[in-house]
Design a protein. Structure first.
Length: 191
């Protein structure tokens, strides 16, 4: 969606600049912070969007399977409108939509940020189990270091658009690479 200022971004070894951006976006699952559901489409149609855009004849079946994966019974929730769902249910639909086309990469932008603590914890645990069972590469943006520590295999700490440290959560906690990372962990109550 944005042209890099420098460096390269590759998907399966091919620089993104050499790929059709529309095709590339359809190969990557994306969950925005607010879920991004179409309010004038029912849940099932929202979940089927990407497989339908890709021309998959089985888009409805993929949507149903994805809804089931995120813990929403398609028979119960598929015909509902997004405004009839709780915040956690809307986020589950957004995750189902991102997974329905079976992407190799999943991008999540603060997907649990606007939820109450109980719903957030439930969704984090569901997502953790889901990611492991599907074996999908996920890049999760969060300002919550505890959340990053729970969900991530590796955490990248950014400051002013620059990487301060990339490490497994345990290494990040025991060996912060910069004073900024140490302060961030301390203020988050992790160290």
């Amino acid at each position: 969606m944005v042209t890099p200022d420098g460096g390269t971004i590759s998907v399966d070894g091919t620089p993104t600049t050499a790929l059709d951006p529309v095709v590339l976006r359809r190969r990557i699952g994306y969950v925005p912070q607010d879920g991004g559901l179409f309010p004038h489409w029912r849940v099932w149609r929202n979940a089927a969007l990407v497989p339908w855009l890709l021309g998959n004849a089985d888009a409805p079946a993929r949507a149903g399977a994805a809804l089931q994966l995120v813990g929403l019974d398609p028979a119960m929730f598929g015909g509902r409108w997004p405004h009839q769902l709780s915040g956690g249910q809307r986020q589950r639909v957004a995750i189902a939509r991102a997974l329905a086309a079976r992407p190799g990469v999943l991008l999540l932008d603060e997907p649990f940020g606007a939820l109450d603590a109980i719903t957030r914890a439930d969704l984090r645990e569901s997502f953790r189990a889901l990611r492991r069972s599907l074996r999908v590469t996920a890049i999760l943006v969060t300002h919550d270091l505890r959340e990053a520590s729970i969900l991530a295999d590796r955490v990248a700490v950014l400051r002013h658009g620059r990487i301060e440290q990339v490490a497994p959560p345990g290494t990040l906690h025991t060996a912060p690479a910069t004073p900024y990372v140490a302060e961030l962990l301390a203020r988050a109550g992790i160290q």
